[in-house]
Every structure is written in C-alpha cells, then in structure tokens.
Design a binder for this molecule. Sequence first.
Ligand SMILES: NC(=O)c1ccc[n+]([C@@H]2O[C@H](COP(=O)([O-])OP(=O)(O)OC[C@H]3O[C@@H](n4cnc5c(N)ncnc54)[C@H](O)[C@@H]3O)[C@@H](O)[C@H]2O)c1
Length: 447
Amino acid sequence: MELAVVGAGYVGLVTSVCLSEIGHHVTCIEIDKSKVDQMKKGISPIYEPGLTELMVKNINSGRLSFTTNHLEGFENKDVIYIAVGTPENEDGSANLYHIDEVARIIAKNVNRDAIVVTKSTVPVGTNDRIQKIINHNISSHISVEVVSNPEFLREGSAIYDSFHGDRIVIGTNSEKAAKQLEEINKPFNIPIFITDIRSAEMIKYASNAFLATKISFINEIANICERVDADIEQVSYGMGLDSRIGPHFLNAGIGYGGSCFPKDTKALIQIAGNVAYDFELLQGVVNVNRKQQRILLDKLCDRLGNLKGRKIALLGLAFKPNTDDMREAPSIFISNELVKAGAIVYAYDPIAIDNAKQILDSSIQFVYSIEKAIEGADAALILTEWDEIKNMDFNLMSSMKHPLLIDGRNCIKIKDLNSYQIEYHSIGRSIVNSLKLEEVCQVGERK
Ligand SMILES: NC(=O)c1ccc[n+]([C@@H]2O[C@H](COP(=O)([O-])OP(=O)(O)OC[C@H]3O[C@@H](n4cnc5c(N)ncnc54)[C@H](O)[C@@H]3O)[C@@H](O)[C@H]2O)c1
C-alpha cells in the first residue's frame, strides 16, 4: 500500500522503517531538513538498535523515502500516519500544536480520499478534533477518515516491539477504515484489537499510567524494605510469581523518565480534571516518582555530608539503556542538584553524551569512559543500567578517592561485589561494606 508518515522522531522513523519492511511504500515527511538530509544518506538521527540497518535496507529496496515537502509526500497516498510530538504544557496537559498544524497541512495538501491514522499519543477527543480541522479546511470533493492507532513501542527495543508487540489497537467507527488498517498491519502478525476512537485514545493513556503506577508502587515498597530489613529483589520476585501481578515493571530504582510516562501521567490527570474527576491515585504516582529521584542524593549526602568540592561520577545519563533519549531522564534532576550543592560532576554515557550536553549544566565534565569518570571520585552513581555499566570491572574503582558506589537501578548483583572492598548502596537492598556511623561522620559534615 502507499503510505505517508508525518514526523521522523522515535515513533515516526521506526514506524516508517517497519511499514516499509513489511512491503509498503512509505514516504516519511519531516520538517527538520537536517534530519531529512541525514536520513536520505542512510544515517539515522536517533539511536535505536537495528534501526539504521533496516532503514538502509528499505531505502535501497526503493520502498522508503524521505522529504520535507508535505505535498510531495502525500501524493498518491492511501493512508497518512501522524507521528509528531505531543509534549507537555506547563499545566501538564498535552500540547497539540503540532497535531493541529499537521491536520491543517493534510487538509490543504491531500489530493485524493485518504485515511489519516494518529500514532501520536493524544487526549481523548483529539481524533474528533483532527477530523473537524480537516473537514473544515479540505476541498469538498475529497473525503478523509481519521483513525486512532496508538503506539506502544519502547525506546531501546522499538524495532523488536514493532514486530513482536502484544497488540495493535485501532480506534474507528468505520468498517472500511478498520479493514484497511487490518490489511496494512497483517504482515506484523500481531493481534489486532478494533474499538471505538475514544476508547483507543484512552487505552494508550491508561496503559502508560498503569505501568507508571507499578513502578511507583514497587519504589514505595523498596523504601519500606530498607527500613524493615527486607530485600526488594526477593519481594519483587515473589510478587511477580503471581500471574495476576506478573514480573514486569517491578524493578525498584530512581523512578521512570523518558518522553512518555512523565508527560502521559500528567496529561491523564488533566484529562480527568477536565471532566471534574480528581485522579488521586495517579497524582500519588507522579509525586512518588518525583520523590524517588531524590533518593540517591539523600543517600549520597547521608554518606558524604557536604558535597561541595566533592567529585561525583555519573554512570549513565539516558533515561534508559539502549537509547540516546534524554527527555525527562532522572540524570537531569540529579545532576542539577549536585551542581547546586557545589559538587564537581563527571558524567559518562555510552551513547547519549551529545544529547546530554545540550540539556545538562555546562559545568559538567563529559568523559568517554567509566574509567575517566570515576578516577579520583568521592562516589559514583549509576543512573542508567547500560550493559557496559552493569558489567563494569570493579577493579577500576581502586582509582577512586572513596570506592563508594550508589546504584540507582539495582543493576549490580550483590554477590559479584563479594571479593571487592567497595561500599555499595542500592534501592531497597542492604548496604554492602557499610562504614560505621563514626567513620561516616569523619568523612564529611552531615547535612
Ligand atoms: N518516543 C516513544 O517511545 C513513544 C512511544 C509511544 C508513543 N509516543 C508518542 O508518539 C508521538 C511522537 O513521539 P516521538 O518521541 O517520536 O517525538 P519526537 O519529538 O521524537 O518526533 C517528532 C518529530 O515530528 C517532527 N514534526 C513536527 N511537526 C511536523 C510537521 N508539521 N511535519 C513533519 N514533521 C513534523 C519533528 O521535527 C520531530 O522530528 C508523541 O505523541 C509521543 O507521546 C512516543
């Protein structure tokens, strides 16, 4: 089928590549010319495992192309996907500027009947709004049907998820549109759930809110475990054995970040608020997540006291492993607080340094190895569980001023530390090689 995708970000580019891989002809339209120039040369503007290879393969097969020109991109297309960003407004609601803009652009540039498919995460009622904007601006002889098709991919495994997802949700009241979307997605061989538009929009927010709830829940349990000498790893495992609970999203740590959970939870609170419903549970989830990012800092201050002049190494900056995405990464808040406290911050990430440089404080020293980050450091904080960080050589820590490792992702196996003199703190697990209180007080003034 002839398809267009508007937006070549984490969702739009992956969608374009995967739809072309299953045999469709896809034109991906992106307003950022520098991205289009890169993609035309086979260079992906984002880091996503396996993306470049699949992108180059489909460019070479003639099924995938890129343009900045909407008119050219929509020519002869049966279906147009919208995959532009829906960032957060100051009040937490979803910003629909790009969505509205694309709806107007579609109306003015399509020259035949088409289906418009919204992949972007949009509040309930937005697809009706897109339909209205298009109907209002389009020539009377062309008809466009708007369908909701929320995206569930995870950054870091987006290509895998596109071919192995649990479900494809299609929201439409039109049988014809449903059939066409089923036909497009058939080669993915993933169960398709067809529902009405508003329920499809809600499924996306409810799913993200539920997963965020699991994370905040297990983080609260971890904080209690620390106080009652229980081990969160054991607790999560034991809980996850219950098929009603399941093992996923029960890893305690410094909380969720990224481009979806933080904004989508707040947007759902707003969506509820707009209909005079106070979503208290979800507000609690958001508050717990905010509090959780402080936890490593509290552990660090408890241990070192005043942080002024202390060298602190940050290991991992991206919001999760296998991505270069820094949006809402816990490293942003944590590094800002460290800088405010007068610490000298050295930061390492295998992939996200270029993006991090644009967001994090200019006083931060970015280095290109774990070794360089921790050399002479008073403490090292693990913020992202990249394989390279999980499997780091603990012998390197002998170059630190204090071999103090604070793991915000519980990614180090405690038994692996047995033969090292490393003081190790994590979330909801016991401290390894902890110093006695008198020694702690000698190291630094307590806050
Ligand atoms: N990132 C994820 O993991 C993920 C997962 C599921 C759903 N989503 C949702 O998908 C949507 C897109 O997210 P993203 O992370 O890919 O965003 P992104 O910011 O990475 O990409 C959006 C792209 O759209 C382009 N764009 C904006 N206006 C345009 C226009 N008029 N014409 C052409 N291109 C235009 C931007 O330049 C940008 O490259 C959001 O609603 C997000 O909530 C994201």
